[in-house]
Design a protein around this ligand. Structure first.
Ligand SMILES: NC(=O)c1ccc[n+]([C@@H]2O[C@H](COP(=O)([O-])OP(=O)(O)OC[C@H]3O[C@@H](n4cnc5c(N)ncnc54)[C@H](OP(=O)(O)O)[C@@H]3O)[C@@H](O)[C@H]2O)c1
Length: 284
């Protein structure tokens, strides 16, 4: 077991060192992750606050808005501070609020990476993640175009999202995969085998829905009692549990609120004992 610390670092791809507790930017656009937020200034404020409070790893996607999340990040932070890593994704299309359809044809993926470069206002994307494997397109073609873009200097590292261990192994036969982003939190551990594989292989594991879209942070959270005992909040306990689960875990809690952001980042200073971890493990 590791002990989470504010200065706890993971090096993405071996050359992009980041603090393990990051920020997920999916909550920035409007409802259904669609269109502009009602409070754009508030969205800009929360992104700036994240960096001011020490976050140097932000996760976004072309499809969040679409484009809105990437544009807000660029407006809030460009020119980017030294050492900030912005990861984005391509491979899901949007036809309306809450609608997500995988498209992995290489020409589409290439177009989306070009658009992300433009929207993020960068010359190279730190980490591009295949948002979903498109079952209608050979995986070698989907990851192959990312490898081409990497060779062209437009992408630094490649990751995948929502994959099985078998798919992750297959992806690694095609390209060097430095991160995997799967749904994983205290109450949903279907991806435990993927986390175990990533831990053994030293691949970054980015758990999405780290606080179960807010359920783990609620007053009736299953971790509320343990949080009270530790003089912490439920979201801090849920995030500290993730950080201590494995040294390759990079949680990216999302929020529109500066108060929630500050609360969540407090998780990095919370140390859970072996007994706390066992009690939390038993809550699955
Ligand atoms: N790869 C994928 O397919 C995939 C899918 C989904 C998400 N993601 C990534 O994962 C990130 C995290 O997921 P997520 O943002 O959907 O879920 P999450 O981090 O588990 O939860 C976010 C929700 O919890 C609330 N919340 C956050 N902190 C809170 C606190 N301290 N107290 C009370 N409520 C709190 C937020 O509302 P407020 O705004 O009111 O704080 C928001 O509704 C996303 O931003 C995105 O980058 C990836």
């Amino acid at each position: 077991m590791t002990t989470a610390q504010l200065d706890d670092i993971f090096s993405i791809g071996g050359d992009l060192p980041v603090h393990r507790l990051g920020y997920g930017a999916m909550q920035l656009p409007g409802p259904g992750v669609w269109g502009e937020p009602a409070d754009r200034d508030g969205a800009l404020r929360v992104v700036r606050a994240a960096v001011e409070q020490g976050v140097d790893f932000i996760d976004t996607a072309d499809s969040y808005g679409p484009f809105v999340s990437e544009q807000i990040i660029a407006e809030a932070l460009h020119p980017y501070p030294e050492g900030l890593v912005v990861a984005t994704k391509a491979g899901l299309t949007r036809q309306g609020p809450g609608i997500w359809t995988p498209v992995g044809r290489p020409a589409y993926l290439r177009q989306q990476v070009e658009l992300s470069l433009r929207h993020l206002r960068v010359e190279r994307i730190d980490l591009i993640q295949l948002h979903r494997i498109d079952p209608d397109v050979p995986l070698a073609d989907q990851l192959g175009v990312f490898a081409e873009l990497r060779d062209e200097g437009k992408v630094r590292h490649i990751g995948v999202s929502e994959v099985s261990v078998e798919e992750l192994r297959a992806a690694r036969e095609i390209v060097d995969v430095v991160t995997v982003q799967n749904l994983y939190n205290l109450t949903d551990r279907k991806s435990q085998d993927v986390l175990d594989y990533a831990t053994a292989e030293g691949i970054g594991f980015i758990p999405w829905f780290p606080i179960a879209t807010g359920d783990l942070a609620a007053p009736d959270s299953p971790v509320a009692d343990i949080a009270r005992e530790l003089d912490a909040t439920p979201s801090q306990v849920a995030l500290a549990w993730l950080l201590q689960k494995s040294p390759v875990v990079l949680p990216i809690p999302g929020t529109k609120s500066v108060d929630h952001l500050t609360e969540n980042l407090g998780a990095a200073a919370l140390t859970l004992s072996d007994e706390d971890m066992q009690r939390l493990d038993a809550l699955a």
